[in-house]
Design a protein around this ligand. Structure first.
Ligand code: NAD
Length: 350
């Protein structure tokens, strides 16, 4: 039976845990807001499930909780930001704001973020760009430990789950947001399935002998994830490995000592820089209506737009609260006790 808790007390608890673990108050608040908003959007794999992992990384000196992003190089419409292995969420927000500023000035901008730990939900940052009226594109590579994904036809891990994201400004219900891992299934979703004692769908994973498996419990026992869409996804994954990693700073891309973090490239395109007579938002709205009007195929009730599952989850969870698997709630309680953080009052949590 999951423990259901509202966003506000969960955010407060998460913030207090990070602050007690060494993050300055403003950074703890940003990371907590980012993780809990990710839960609200329904991506529990990248929400407060990560609190224990991040605290352990602080203890192991892999996340430097007080580090802040800074611009390392700036040239016209491009910039490199270095995050000093601080929290990825603060670095990626900084990079997105810089991409907006440069995109408005130059019509197009690309900002890389290096020396960063896990940024969480890539779509948070492309959505920030779209909310500012520009097209947001994001590529992310790497993991703190090693890859998870085998190249097409292979049975050994090479790539990380390397997400990509696109967000365009639109009217009506806000951003049209596409945001996904180039792995068939994000590693965090396999961890979540393991936490819930569930299996994963067919076609997502091979066991240590290279045989297809649906057993989430073997994820850290020699299993490999498969890319989405066979060789096309495998190729995308390779591009997501190359572009953000190498534009974020000098490093060997093939190394036994793989320790790259989550390099990210955020791009912003200004609508006005192109044909300023194109009524971009109205045209996007027309396409949204057209796509929504398509008759559903067998087994479907309706056609959903990119970002629609997330906005529905958000509306439902803001109202009804966020269901946490027992193991995730137990981890948060244990961390609160270890770090002498007060649990939210029972009447704030439901
Ligand atoms: P996913 O497989 O759930 O796909 C999500 C995307 O598909 C969203 O844009 C969603 O709106 C769209 N979508 C889902 N169902 C749809 C439907 N029925 N019709 C139309 N569109 C639909 O996402 P994922 O691959 O599990 O990734 C989840 C999150 O994890 C993302 O936010 C991603 O950025 C993040 N992630 C981060 C890292 C990292 O290294 N930081 C790695 C992997 C994933």
């Amino acid at each position: 039976m999951p423990y259901t808790i509202h966003a506000k007390p969960l955010q407060q608890l998460t913030r207090d845990i990070f602050a007690a673990a060494g993050a300055p108050a403003d950074i703890a608040a940003v990371v907590a807001e980012s993780l809990v908003t990710t839960n609200l959007f329904g991506h529990d794999s990248h929400g407060v499930l990560r609190v224990k992992q991040y605290v352990n990384m602080i203890r192991d000196d892999l996340i430097k909780p007080a580090e802040r992003p800074r611009i390392r190089k700036r040239s016209g419409a491009t910039a490199m930001v270095t995050n000093g292995y601080g929290f990825g969420q603060t670095g990626a927000r900084f990079a997105a704001k810089l991409a907006i500023e440069l995109g408005r000035k130059h019509g197009i901008a690309a900002v890389s973020l290096g020396q960063t730990t896990h940024i969480g939900r890539l779509g948070e940052y492309t959505q920030l760009i779209a909310a500012a009226g520009l097209i947001g594109i994001g590529f992310t590579s790497g993991s703190m430990f090693s890859g998870w994904v085998a190249p097409y036809g292979g049975r050994e891990k090479v790539f990380s789950t390397n997400p990509m994201s696109f967000a365009v400004p639109c009217g009506g219900e806000g951003t049209l947001l596409l945001d996904f891992a180039t792995a068939g299934m994000a590693h965090g979703k396999v961890l979540l399935a393991r936490a819930k004692g569930e299996s994963v769908p067919q076609g997502m994973m091979l066991d240590k002998n290279g045989r297809p498996s649906t057993d989430a419990s073997i994820v850290d026992d020699g299993a490999v994830l498969l890319a989405m869409g066979a060789y096309k996804g495998s190729g995308l994954s390779m591009m997501m490995e190359i572009i953000p990693t190498l534009l974020a700073g000098k490093r060997p891309i093939v190394s036994p000592d793989f320790h790259y973090g989550n390099p990210t490239l955020l791009m912003a395109l200004s609508l006005d820089a192109f044909d300023d007579e194109t009524d971009f938002v109205q045209q996007v709205e027309a396409l949204k209506r057209h796509v929504k009007s398509v008759k559903p195929a067998e087994g479907f009730d309706e056609v959903l737009l990119p970002g629609e599952p997330e906005s529905r989850s958000y509306a439902q969870r803001v109202r009804a609260g966020i269901p946490l698997p027992d193991s995730v709630w137990a981890d948060l309680q244990a961390l609160a006790e270890e770090l002498s953080v007060a649990l939210p009052t029972l009447d704030a949590a439901t």
